[in-house]
Design a protein around this ligand. Structure first.
Ligand code: ATP
Length: 239
């Protein structure tokens, strides 16, 4: 598989402190890569840099779709136009807008008939959203809001989908449902970088995994191997 994203020597921080220390990370086209690690390890910070919300202090973010480009420091709207689309931690749906309005915001640059076609595809994937198209997003359950946030991202037809903690605050059955949809997306050829504290779910669905500890990559490898690693089972899988 060819690489879609190659991060080299990425250094990130807030104020005086560095929180991510020169990490390297690669995402192969058509794969799911999981980035696991405890609270505060720097996972969200990395996603913020990848989607253009934060300027790296050093390093390259090579996006290899079409003409390869180093997108480190590029503005978020330009990164989004390249097809890198993030589903943020905590969903961040627009509570006062309807489900349909939230979805359409994901494809605001697309022509009308195309928006309708994409919305149909999203509703086929998330039938519960279809039943609630006219309802205000603020009244949806946590799981439905996660589906809406993912549906909104899919409306942009992303080349690289960044998922930040999709399992957060959701009941186990809903987590299972969300992760089965993530696996479907991969089968359909999407490329996904998944950040999770729920290591069991994240390693179950991924091809490759990175374990981040206080801003450094501590381990990486095929997800099945990482899931068997004794350090990982002790620290992250609660076994
Ligand atoms: P979580 O699962 O809690 O989101 P995380 O692995 O995503 O954890 P980050 O949110 O990236 O971790 O945080 C990494 C470090 O950066 C933490 O020490 C955090 O306190 C710090 N940090 C995050 N956001 C800011 C900010 N806006 N200003 C200052 N420090 C921050």
């Amino acid at each position: 598989m060819s690489d879609l994203l190659r991060v080299e020597g990425l250094r990130l921080g807030y104020g005086r402190a560095d929180v991510v220390h020169a990490i390297d990370l690669t995402v192969a086209r058509g794969s799911i890569v999981s980035l696991i690690g405890s609270n505060g390890a720097g996972k969200t910070t990395i996603l913020r840099a990848l989607s253009g919300l934060m300027k790296p202090r050093a390093g390259a973010i090579r996006f290899l779709d079409g003409t390869p480009a180093d997108i480190a420091g590029e503005a978020a709207h330009r990164v989004a136009r390249r097809g890198i689309v993030q589903v943020p931690e905590g969903r961040q749906v627009f509570a006062n807008l309807t489900v349909a309005e939230n979805l359409r915001l994901g494809a605001y640059h697309a022509p009308g008939p195309e928006v309708a076609r994409r919305q149909e595809a999203v509703v086929a994937r998330f039938p519960r959203l279809g039943e609630r198209l006219g309802q205000q997003a603020g009244y949806l359950s946590g799981g439905e809001q996660q589906m809406l946030a993912m549906g909104r991202a899919l409306m942009a037809e992303p080349v690289l989908l960044l998922l930040d903690e999709p399992s957060m605050g959701l009941a186990p059955l809903i987590v299972e449902e969300i992760f089965s949809i993530i696996a479907d997306l991969r089968r359909e050829g999407r490329t996904i970088l998944l950040v999770e504290q729920n290591a069991t779910a994240a390693l179950g669905v991924a091809d490759h995994a990175y374990v981040l500890e206080t801003g450094r990559i501590r381990l990486q490898g095929p997800a099945a191997e990482i899931a068997r690693n004794p350090e990982v089972t002790a620290a992250y899988l609660g076994l």
